[in-house]
Design a protein around this ligand. Structure first.
Ligand SMILES: C[S@@+](CC[C@H](N)C(=O)[O-])C[C@H]1O[C@@H](n2cnc3c(N)ncnc32)[C@H](O)[C@@H]1O
Ligand code: SF4
Ligand code: SF4
Length: 255
């Protein structure tokens, strides 16, 4: 009689995954850490690509936290499908939508149904520009019986870009609090949000090295796990100390 041995594939676990639904934004903050203020046209992530990518990734890496964001995620006309596909691929993760909230009052019933049915947390960034309207957003989330997550008060923004790439990558990495916030972008997993420096390079014709990006289709789970979350050449372009800025909208003439 034939005997079969069933080997259970090892599932690697990482902490946090962020996924851009759009790269562009409707607010364009100065010093946006995802460089959305330098995206000068609409860039929507393709939903079909997202479904393929998130299914592939879920076979290899488990994430405790998944954040659907951008740019501004509420701008994406297919946001409901992003919610459904991401939950299907990751039934046990804490999945949230991170938004500036501007479009929240305009979201349709299908959006709220998908949020509630799929146990999606709404996380809002509170920018000074919203003023008193912010409390209306909280009431709305409550009315819709959705889960309110973290409210991030954003009076100040921080920037640690070193355009010259002269930093010690080990020191930068050691002082970094973004290295475990991986980004799924164009079917690659990147160590951190510094991958969006590609938009800075495009705008200013610079040669900033992006953090490690691993092709999720070509790399094994072990390779992904081992390559990410360690010092990489992109870290040479981060200072150990951040510069603080009062929050403002980006103005190409003055910033
Ligand atoms: C890139 S935004 C995307 C989602 C959405 N547009 C928003 O602003 O909430 C995600 C989070 O990163 C924060 N963020 C972006 N750039 C930052 C910076 N330079 N300093 C501090 N927080 C920043 C935002 O305030 C927001 O809480
Ligand atoms: S609202 Fe969010 S994505 Fe848009 S520019 Fe500000 S921080 Fe960046
Ligand atoms: S490039 Fe390195 S130091 Fe900079 S944010 Fe990413 S992991 Fe941190």
């Amino acid at each position: 009689m034939l005997k079969f041995k069933i080997f259970k594939k090892k599932m690697y676990k990482l902490i946090q995954l962020e996924i851009h639904l759009t790269d562009h934004c409707n607010l364009n903050c100065n010093k946006c850490g995802h460089y959305a203020n330098f995206v000068d046209k609409e860039i929507f992530t393709d939903i079909k690509q997202h479904i393929q990518d998130i299914n592939e990734l879920s076979k290899k890496i488990y994430y405790y936290y998944i954040k659907l964001m951008g740019g501004e995620p509420l701008l994406h006309p297919d946001i409901v499908q992003f919610i459904i596909a991401t939950r299907k691929a990751y039934p046990r993760s804490r999945i949230s939508i991170v938004s500036n909230g501007i479009l929240l009052p305009k979201m349709g019933d299908d959006f709220w149904k998908a949020v509630v049915d799929n146990n999606i947390v709404i996380e809002l960034s509170k920018y000074p520009i919203l003023g008193n309207k912010f409390s209306e957003l909280l009431d709305l989330i409550d009315d819709k019986k959705a889960i309110l997550g973290q409210i991030a008060l954003k009076k100040r923004f921080y920037d640690k870009l070193n355009v010259n790439g002269t930093s010690d990558k080990f020191k930068s990495f050691k002082s970094c609090n973004s290295y475990f916030v991986n980004q799924l972008w164009h079917s690659k997993l990147y160590t951190c949000m510094a991958c969006y420096r590609e938009y800075y390079n495009n705008k200013f014709k610079t040669q900033i090295v992006l953090p490690t990006g691993v092709d999720i289709y070509k790399a094994s789970a072990k390779e992904i796990y081992e390559k990410l979350n360690k010092p990489n050449d992109g870290c040479r372009f981060c200072n150990t100390q951040s510069v603080e800025y009062l929050w403002s909208q980006y103005n190409p003439k003055t910033n």
